[in-house]
Design a protein around this ligand. Structure first.
Ligand SMILES: [Zn+2]
Length: 579
């Protein structure tokens, strides 16, 4: 499949498929009033807080805060990427996904990528041949044998050997392509040489199994011990982990994923039967890594060496971990005994003991509070105050939800401070999800409140655009906070041939307004169906009135202090005489 999916097709699909039917086919729904409810498929609960609205074609969970349209539902339910979810939704509707014809340039770029992937395959194959068939490769095979890697494992991970030559690859493949792939290094004067020499080669595959880069490890004590492909069109270290493809092939939904430090750890654990380990590629664990892994498993165990560097790496991982923790996700921290890595430990202890270590790894909360109170004297008030100060920035990073509440309550217990209102954590976390998100665009002032109501009404009932068109408002002359989004939604509705709330939400996917739009779409305004038009008109009128007063007040103040220019004078007269 290639080419962009036309936006109109996605809009049509969101009208064609009824979200109630779609969700009901996965999670049986019950009708209550104008909504359908169920126990949330995205978090564990006993009483239903997951609600689906047919008019809006929108779902929202009051428990975990998740919300969206049919596409979002499938993305979340099956860990799909956007295009995959659109394809599944089209299949549900029984229609084929059309693709926009690609431009010549895009076609060329695609060809480039295709040949780059091909080159990666050919290179991997070249390294494998070097390992198996060359005289020099024998020492690499011996090395792998000493490290206890058997042939099956070497095959599975496509292990290879880069000969100890400057031009082994350079003599076999096109230079320009090799440079693009990061496999040749450009010297000054235009000369080139192989990046990987005299190393065991570990091809790095993306989650779909395509080789995107290589890692190389020395067989002695020389440095650097590990060398990776540089960033290329295909390879982005911060987005990829080593071993994910091999892991998913064995188990697409592993109950947990273990993150270790190096390739050898992943491979030797796999050989011992731990086939749920991956490694970061010479970078610290990032939120992107964690979000990627959480798509496949609800629990991540972060494994660190027991030395000083390992302990410091564990603490550094707290920030990305906290940012990625939603209610249905959990993390554990596994510190290894001193001078051991997963490879050496599993050889020493065997599978059963190692598995036990993984299963009994320290809960994130225990690790966090233990580490953060390490050097503090909690019997003194000063120590407890410092604990709160240190913990606060981390807890604030946690997404809303039960885990955050529990961490906060534990902080209260440990610090002995029962009211942590001064931290502004409690107030935030107690507020309903919708309220918190709406604060992004609203202040407590009356015009902003009206703007919020008007925006929510329009978003939830796009047909109200007709009421709006009958009004002669010049929004640009009036200053109202939060009205920008209202104006924007108005414009979007006018460009669409079919429209509902789901289409609007789709329009704002991956934009700065996405959160605000979703929050407004799920905001309950307590307006009955019959009164919607009236409330909308009233809201607009009062919005206009409030905005006029505010503008008059502003202009009068300016008139007193600085005086008004011609345009401002005219505006003031116009507002004052307007009915
Ligand atoms: Zn939920």
């Amino acid at each position: 499949m290639s080419g962009r999916i036309p936006r109109e097709f996605i809009d049509d699909l969101l009208v064609r498929v009824d979200i109630v039917d779609l969700i009901d086919s996965h999670t049986p729904l019950k009708k209550t009033g104008s909504n359908y409810v169920a126990c949330c498929p995205f978090h564990t609960e006993k009483t239903p807080s997951f609600s689906v609205n047919r008019n809006k074609q929108f779902f929202h969970c009051f428990g975990c805060g998740i919300s969206g349209n049919s596409i979002s539902f499938l993305m979340n339910l099956n860990n799909l990427e956007f295009v995959e979810a659109v394809e599944d939704l089209a299949a549900f509707a029984g229609v084929a996904v059309p693709r926009e014809t690609t431009t010549h340039q895009a076609e060329e770029k695609k060809e480039d990528l295709k040949s780059l992937y091909q080159l990666m395959d050919q290179t991997a194959n070249f390294y494998v041949q070097q390992l198996r068939n060359s005289d020099e490769g024998k020492k690499a095979v011996d090395y792998l044998k000493i490290r206890g890697i058997n042939g099956d494992c070497a095959n599975e991970f496509i292990l290879g050997y880069a000969p100890n030559e400057w031009n082994a690859l350079a003599n076999s493949f096109d230079h320009k392509a090799l440079i693009k792939a990061g496999l040749l290094v450009n010297k000054e004067g235009g000369q080139v040489y192989d990046r990987f020499r005299n190393r065991i080669i570990f091809p790095i595959r993306d989650k779909r199994g395509r080789i995107i880069g290589f890692g190389g490890r020395v067989m002695d004590d020389s440095l650097p011990k590990y060398l990776n492909s540089p960033e290329t069109t295909l390879f982005h270290k911060g987005n990829e982990v080593y071993g994910l493809y091999e892991l998913l092939k064995k188990n697409p939904k592993p109950p947990q994923i273990l993150i270790v430090e190096g390739y050898m750890d992943v491979i030797s654990l796999s050989q011992f039967g731990i086939n749920y380990a991956v490694a970061a590629l010479g970078t610290a664990i990032s939120q992107t890594h964690l979000n990627l892994l959480f798509r496949f498993s609800p629990e991540i165990v972060l494994c660190f060496d027991g030395d000083k560097a390992g302990r410091s790496a564990a603490w550094k991982a707290m920030e990305p971990v906290f940012l990625s923790l939603k209610d249905n996700r959990s993390c554990r921290i596994m510190m290894l005994p001193h001078n051991q890595d997963p490879d050496s430990l599993i050889r020493k202890e065997g599978l059963t003991n190692f598995t036990l270590r993984v299963q009994t790894a320290q809960a994130l909360s225990d690790y966090f509070f233990e580490h953060i109170s390490e050097k503090l004297n909690l019997s003194e008030m000063e120590g407890r105050a410092q604990l709160v100060g240190n913990a606060k920035p981390y807890i604030e990073k946690l997404p809303q939800g039960i885990f955050r509440e529990m961490m906060l309550s534990r902080l209260k217990t440990i610090s002995g401070i029962s009211t942590l209102n001064t931290l502004e954590i409690t107030s935030k976390s107690k507020a309903p999800y919708t309220e918190k998100k709406i604060s992004i665009i609203a202040t407590h002032s009356a015009p902003a409140k009206s703007a919020r109501t008007a925006t929510a009404l329009l978003l939830q009932n796009p047909r109200l655009i007709h009421n709006l068109n009958q009004k002669d408002f010049n929004w640009d002359e009036l200053e109202i906070r939060g009205i920008e989004l209202f104006k924007n939604i108005q414009q979007v509705i006018l460009t669409k041939s079919t429209i509902n709330t789901a289409i609007l939400i789709e329009h704002y996917r991956n934009t700065a307004n996405e959160k605000a739009v979703k929050a407004l779409a799920s905001l309950d305004l307590y307006v009955s169906e019959n009164n919607i038009d009236m409330v909308f008109t009233d809201t607009l009128n009062s919005l206009l009135k409030q905005a006029k007063y505010a503008t008059i007040a502003k202009l009068e103040t300016k008139a007193k202090n600085q005086g008004l220019d011609v345009h401002e004078q005219q505006l003031l007269i116009k507002i004052l005489t307007d009915k």
